[in-house]
Design a protein around this ligand. Structure first.
Ligand code: NAP
Ligand code: ZN
Ligand code: ZN
Length: 347
């Protein structure tokens, strides 16, 4: 056992505060990472405040983890001490179901183990995430990280990057398609960069007028302020594909109307109250409404390699660990351009 400094929420209504947790000693296939940076995902906030009703406290959030390998079990072949490596949202799965065999561990029918608020497969206890000094898991769930990009800006790729990359690939977004990205936050800004890199015509759909300049800088071809009816009219029946990254309650029907015939809207944002959807909005133009959860390990590695090749990273604001509660408040106000990343040297 290694006692490990962390920041935890002890209940839905208490701020995150220092906490010491016990990590297991490395098992034969474990890779142990001293964490350098951990991104701050809106899911961390949803969990810390139990907004989805499934948090087990205390919770140590954080699933955008980059660090240096500090120990390896004696059967580890893919990593050695000193390597830079990453851990995202997954730390284990059954490895035996059809989804696991296809590299879709996030949809493991035997139950994927998430980096925090998850139960270890051997029943030994809960998982605790990256707001901590050190983490370890089986080498199969550890990602290789390019040394050519700034590590703090790579960390958010482990969730925001893969969560947007995976649906863009699955629904085969490509040149000539009209794509709408809904919500310019951590996920949204990665979605813009990735969809542009895949050749699509990208429109940013945002409820924040002041983000128009940034949207263009990130590569978006158009910006539509969703509170302006005149601007919204220009995208009626327009998009082949919409990626919805909004974290708060919003009207799905309003955005479904922006899809062209046979268009698809994919939800990755998870607003705590489930929004109602009118069947008419789907039926009359044969539209599809779908969802997508992060991405499996092979696709996460593919995305990291793709981002290294295309020089894509996250726009980050590095913060100290003690400022996490203030960062959550700023995230709720949309005051982050576009991902907070914790410098773990400050813990
Ligand atoms: P974020 O950085 O806070 O961004 C959310 C964006 O949503 C905001 O920047 C804002 O964009 C928009 N928004 C916020 N409140 C709104 C409102 N009331 N009406 C309309 N738009 C609003 O959050 P994030 O880290 O990108 O995460 C986004 C969501 O994805 C969260 O719910 C998170 O839990 C979820 N998530 C899902 C997965 C998955 O696997 N499916 C993975 C990671 C995260 P504008 O100012 O541009 O409107
Ligand atoms: Zn996340
Ligand atoms: Zn499985």
């Amino acid at each position: 056992m290694a006692s490990t400094k962390s920041y935890a929420a002890q209940s839905a209504t208490t701020p995150l505060a220092p906490w010491t947790l016990d990590r297991r000693a490395p098992k034969p296939h474990d890779v142990q990472i001293d964490i350098l940076y951990c991104g701050v995902c809106h899911s961390d906030l949803h969990f810390a405040r139990n907004e989805w009703g499934n948090t087990i406290f205390p919770v140590v959030p954080g699933h955008e983890i980059v660090g240096r390998v500090s120990a390896v079990g004696n059967h580890v072949s893919k990593f050695k001490v000193g390597d830079i490596a990453g851990i995202g949202c997954l730390v284990d799965s059954c490895r035996d179901c059809d989804n696991c065999k296809e590299g879709l561990e996030q949809y493991c029918t035997g139950g994927a183990v998430f980096s925090y608020n998850g139960m270890e497969k051997d029943g030994s206890g809960l998982t605790f995430g990256g707001y901590s000094k050190m983490i370890l898991c089986h080498e199969d769930f550890v990602l290789r990280i390019s040394n050519k990009q700034p590590l703090e800006a790579v960390a958010p790729l482990l969730c925001a990057g893969i969560t947007t990359y995976s649906p863009l690939r699955h629904w085969k977004v490509s040149a000539g398609q009209k794509v709408g990205i809904l919500g310019l936050g951590g996920l949204g800004h990665m979605a813009v960069k990735l969809a542009v890199s895949m050749g699509a015509e990208v429109t940013m759909l945002s409820h924040t007028a002041s983000k128009a300049t940034d949207a263009k800088r990130l590569g978006a071809h158009k910006f539509v302020l969703t509170s302006d009816p005149e601007q919204v009219k220009t995208v009626a029946n327009y998009f082949d594909f919409i990626l919805d990254t909004v974290s708060a309650e919003h009207d799905y029907n309003f955005y479904l109307g922006m899809l062209t015939t046979s268009g698809t809207m994919v939800c990755v944002g998870v607003p705590p109250p489930a929004p109602p959807v009118a069947a008419f909005n789907l039926i009359f133009q044969r539209r599809s409404l779908a969802g997508s959860l992060i991405g499996g390990i092979p696709e996460t590695q593919e995305m990291l390699d793709y981002c290294a090749e295309h020089n894509i990273v996250s726009d980050v604001e590095v913060i100290a660990m003690k400022d996490i509660n203030a960062a959550y408040e700023r995230m709720l106000k949309g005051d982050v351009r576009y991902r907070f990343v914790i410098d773990m040297a400050t813990l």
